[in-house]
Write a new protein. Structure first.
Lengths: 266, 181
């Protein structure tokens, strides 16, 4: 009993003297808001990046390389958007970490909440991938004044030149080569190693997709086929962005072979 | 209405908004219970008193973070639990301590006696409880010795209610295995 009074007296003495004070409620409010905001931001970013990933897979050349079988597999790996996948996973991990460490929802098992989060992100991203949001982000990535430019570093792999595959619009057809407009510029495709020849299909203005080996300045084709660019709007937009007005021109300007300096963008 | 007629949660509101001295009433209500809980982990009376004092001071400082929709009992027990764990970590060889009354609790509620040959001493049980993993030991101590409900244990330890039941069940099994050795 005496001990009890002792503790009560000691604690109340500290409180009355002002040495121990109530922490402001605003500090706790700020902490809650901070944690809540960090959690919400990580979920939103996970959804956004996953949306971009699905949008890219849906509208670019990446998955189409698999139609070439094992030959197209390297091109598929080369053009796969690894950074988008990694960032999406990272954002989900951050959200899970916040959930676990702050006991935000401790009444439910963490595993259940994690699965729910992942499914929610995938579903929302799938829906958003079919809206214009991702396309706006893609366009914004190339606009220095747009907030979308934040996403450009993470989408770098989507726009880079592929080593194992190429897709573009034919602007010149030669004896053993064709020249195409790609999102990265003009590319000369050497057809010497072509396993099947169907140059008749490679008319000027047609869109083609090829797998093979790329070297600096040229691409040695193993397999090539004509494609419907409506299935790859991401690529078409990239070509339009790069070539602008030139995209609309006919092949007249490109009659001179590249070996004779006839490729102005190279 | 006198302070003693108010619930814990109502008292918290009074302390926050009107009269800090009303906190004395909360101390009176909880010092015996918390002291009893801390005695599981701290042998030395002076040290126990210091830790208990720290608990009440910490609880006062953070009183504005308490959600009055929750139970104050669970909230302050969580603070006490954390302080007790911090104290144990300082002394790696510290052992769980049970008094004589609690040895009977072990026999009646945890029901170890029938399955084991010979008499088990309270000392052996205390040693075995100490060896149990924290995630099993804490719910067992809170449920059998502090008579907390699953809901309260869930709030104190910040784990799902179903998990409390699972941990208690597994903890009892591990305890029996440890005592058989």
């Amino acid at each position: 009993m005496e001990n009890n009074l002792n503790i009560e007296n000691k604690v109340m003495e500290e409180i009355k003297s002002g040495r121990v004070k109530l922490r402001s409620k605003y500090i706790f409010l700020a902490e809650k808001l901070g944690v809540g905001s960090a959690f919400a931001l990580s979920i939103i970013l996970a959804i956004l990046f996953f949306t971009l990933l699905l949008f890219y897979l849906r509208s670019s050349d990446n998955l189409f390389y698999l139609s070439f079988g094992s030959r197209g597999f390297m091109a598929f790996l080369d053009s796969f958007p690894y950074s988008l996948v990694l960032i999406s996973i990272f954002c989900l991990l951050v959200a899970g970490f916040i959930l676990k460490k702050t006991n935000l929802i401790y009444k439910r098992p963490f595993g259940q909440m994690a699965i729910f989060l992942i499914i929610a992100v995938i579903l929302l991203s799938t829906v958003l991938a079919f809206t214009r949001l991702a396309e706006r982000i893609e366009q914004g990535a190339f606009n220095p004044n747009s907030p979308g430019r934040f996403f450009r570093p993470f989408m770098r792999g989507c726009f880079e030149e592929r080593r194992g595959g190429v897709v573009g619009r034919t602007v010149e057809v030669g004896g053993d080569y064709i020249i195409i407009q790609t999102p990265n510029g003009l590319r000369q495709l050497q057809l010497n190693a072509l396993e099947q020849t169907s140059l008749n299909e490679m008319a000027t203005g047609s869109w083609v997709m090829a797998v093979g080996e790329g070297e600096e300045g040229s691409f040695s084709v193993q397999l090539i086929k004509r494609i419907d660019v409506n299935e790859m709007p991401f690529v078409e937009r990239g070509v339009r962005r790069h070539f602008g007005q030139q995209f609309l021109n006919t092949s007249t300007e490109f009659r001179t072979p590249c070996s004779m300096g006839g490729c102005p963008n190279r | 209405m006198s302070l003693s007629e108010l619930s814990d949660e109502e008292l918290v509101v009074v302390v926050r908004e009107k009269d800090k001295e009303a906190y004395g009433e909360l101390i009176k209500r909880y010092q015996t219970k918390l002291s009893h809980y801390l005695r599981k982990f701290i042998n030395n009376s002076a040290e126990l008193e210091d830790v208990l004092q720290d608990v009440f001071i910490k609880a006062f400082r953070n009183l504005n973070s308490f959600d009055t929709e929750q139970k104050f009992s669970s909230w302050i027990f969580r603070i006490t639990h954390n302080e007790a764990i911090n104290n144990i970590k300082k002394r790696k060889n510290e052992r769980l301590l049970l008094d004589e009354n609690e040895w009977d609790v072990v026999d009646e509620k945890i029901d170890l006696g029938r399955e084991l040959d010979g008499k088990i001493t309270g000392e052996q049980v205390a040693v075995a409880l100490t060896k149990l993993k924290e995630k099993y030991r804490d719910p067992i101590v809170l449920f059998f010795f502090e008579e907390k409900t699953y809901e309260e244990i869930s709030d104190i330890l910040k784990i799902p209610v179903n998990t409390v039941g699972t941990f208690i069940s597994r903890g009892k099994k591990h305890l029996k295995d440890l005592l058989k050795k």
